[in-house]
Write a protein that binds this ligand. Structure first.
Ligand code: ZN
Length: 162
């Protein structure tokens, strides 16, 4: 039997590949969902999410991919999509597991309702439950996030955990 030639080595695992399901839970593949907004921002700084919900999902996906070390631009994207008046100076994102063992894994996002936040609105809110896991167990975060649209760009402003 002849060994085939030019067979590429097993590719490194690439869970952020555009063909897997988007971490935002939309049911679409990442490439057809939040990767469009992450990629556009990485390419030229454009924030392209057309609705508050799309922005919310892309921010959740950025958190999820930051936690697994798969989106280099995650922190920059999260800060860029934050309204200047409430934006923190920097984020302390949880990276991949390290010796500290305090890794967060974002498991699922359930968007429960939205108000406003459409192409013809200037503000809106999204109520959601985010499911995540830490070494201590599984947790949920229920929150209503508020968004504003300025110069056609949706930005996260603040939120109420409940
Ligand atoms: Zn998505």
């Amino acid at each position: 039997m002849t060994e085939p030639t030019n067979v590429p080595a097993d590719p490194a695992p690439d869970p952020a590949s555009t063909s897997r399901r988007c971490p935002c839970g939309s049911g679409d593949v990442y490439g057809g969902c939040c990767a469009r907004f992450h990629g556009r921002y990485a390419a030229d700084g454009t924030l392209a999410a057309p609705t508050a919900e799309a922005l919310m999902r892309s921010r959740y996906a950025a958190f999820a991919l930051a936690a697994t070390g798969e989106l280099a631009e995650a922190e920059a994207y999260l800060l860029a999509t934050w309204a200047p008046e409430t934006r923190p100076a920097q984020l302390a994102l949880d990276g991949p597991a390290d010796e500290s063992g305090d890794q967060v894994r974002w498991l699922r996002l359930d968007v429960e309702s939205t108000a406003g936040g459409g192409p013809f609105d200037d503000d809106g809110s999204v109520t959601f439950t985010a499911h995540f896991r830490t070494p201590a167990g599984r947790h949920t975060q229920h929150e209503t996030s508020r968004f504003v649209r300025r110069s056609g760009t949706w930005l996260y402003r603040d939120g109420d955990a409940s």
